[in-house]
Write a protein that binds this ligand. Structure first.
Ligand SMILES: [Zn+2]
Length: 386
């Protein structure tokens, strides 16, 4: 059976052979998709016009959480996200910060007949690599080098500011598409194209006449499905009696929207919820357990409220930041432990050594919690060029 693309209404494709349209955006970690909705051209165009602004508006949260996209990729590294002491920093997946650029200075000391090279990089391996490149370009080898001073430093910016933008109409259209795509996975292609969804389709493609079909909402979302603090959820409720279908969309466990899908629903009662954990791709669907009470049916899409918006963003960013702190502590513990065993690996793990390891971990965690900058001079003989 040939299906017509619901967006351009011209392109045709075999059922199940259209473009892969994700329910929750793949770039936000969504997995579930349908190939019976639209053509490739519309998928690409809407991707650029509405999905990209949504993914970008939320990318700081994606990066702090270190999500894995639907296509198995890591969240983007945010280049030159902040500045500290005149140096730019990148924000890495999971929320780590790291120098955006390496810095190499080369000065010739003619009196002594030597070249002074100073390298600032993100880690020891990178220092090694850059030094070797420098030596090569000077036609020298490791044996010609004399190491001066080596400092390892960890610096914390006093504050970071984040920007999470969800106020664009293009972003709201993408969220509306999430709800429509989910209901499309559970109804027949004919019902999707019967005309009862024409308002929401017009809204998604950006038709000027289309009325506002989406609102931020504080209504209590059903408790299930619930698989992660970072989860994305889409819940559909359609009522045969009221001839209505609505979609509830929740992003990152707290940005909540209601989408009015249709008010001329001719189908049966439907209640179904989908959740995906963007941290690992786990997903689940619940039937019947999604129970929207009566007053939700009468809630009209009412646009956006600045107060609600701020409250939601605070909650969601707070959760993402806490997740980052947890990851950071795990990383610190494994890094300190690894270094410790490099130093004392051959020795008996005596009580004294255990105490030493514990106090090193405690100090490193405390420095991270209280943002205490650390500078460690490494003796030149501890540094090996490899
Ligand atoms: Zn199309």
């Amino acid at each position: 059976m040939k299906l017509t693309c619901i967006y351009c209404k011209t392109e045709q494709f075999d059922q199940g052979k259209g473009s892969e349209e994700h329910v929750v955006l793949s770039s936000l970690g969504g997995r579930k998709s349908s190939r019976s909705i639209c053509c490739q051209k519309c998928n690409i165009e809407l991707g650029k016009e509405i999905d990209k602004p949504l993914a970008e508006g939320l990318r700081i949260i994606s990066t702090f959480y270190g999500i894995i996209t639907g296509r198995g990729k890591e969240a983007a590294t945010l280049k030159s996200y902040g500045t500290h002491n005149g140096r730019n920093f990148d924000l890495l997946p999971g929320g780590r910060v790291e120098l955006s650029r390496v810095k190499i200075d080369r000065q010739i000391d003619e009196e002594k007949g030597v070249v002074n090279i100073s390298v600032r990089a993100r880690n020891v391996d990178e220092v090694n690599k850059l030094l070797k490149q420098q030596l090569k370009s000077l036609g020298k080898g490791i044996e010609d080098i004399q190491i001066g001073e080596i400092t390892e430093s960890v610096e914390y910016p006093k504050s970071i500011s984040v920007s999470i933008d969800l106020g664009l109409v293009s972003q709201h259209r993408s969220i509306a598409k999430t709800a429509l795509t989910y209901i499309a996975t559970m109804i027949s292609p004919e019902r999707l194209r019967s005309g009862c969804f024409s308002n929401i389709i017009e809204y998604i493609i950006g038709s000027e006449e289309a009325s506002n079909s989406i609102s931020m909402t504080q209504i209590n979302f059903p408790p299930l499905p619930n698989i992660s603090d970072a989860q994305h959820r889409v819940i559909i409720s359609a009522s045969e009696d009221k001839k209505m279908a609505i979609g509830l969309v929740e992003l990152f466990g707290g940005l909540k929207f209601m989408v009015a899908l249709t008010d001329c629903w001719e189908g049966p009662n439907l209640q179904k919820g989908y959740a995906v954990n963007p941290l690992n791709g786990d997903q689940v669907e619940y039937e019947d357990t999604v129970n929207l009470n009566d007053e939700h049916w009468s809630e009209k899409a009412s646009g956006f409220d600045g107060g609600i918006y701020l409250e939601m963003v605070r909650k969601v960013f707070g959760a993402a930041f806490n997740h980052h702190v947890k990851l950071e502590h795990e990383r610190i513990i494994s890094e300190v432990t690894e270094e410790f065993f490099k130093e004392f690996g051959g020795e008996d793990f005596t009580d004294e050594l255990k105490m030493k390891l514990s106090s090193r971990i405690a100090k490193a965690i405390a420095n991270s919690v209280y943002k205490i900058n650390e500078y460690r001079i490494i003796p030149p003989d501890h540094f090996k060029i490899i």
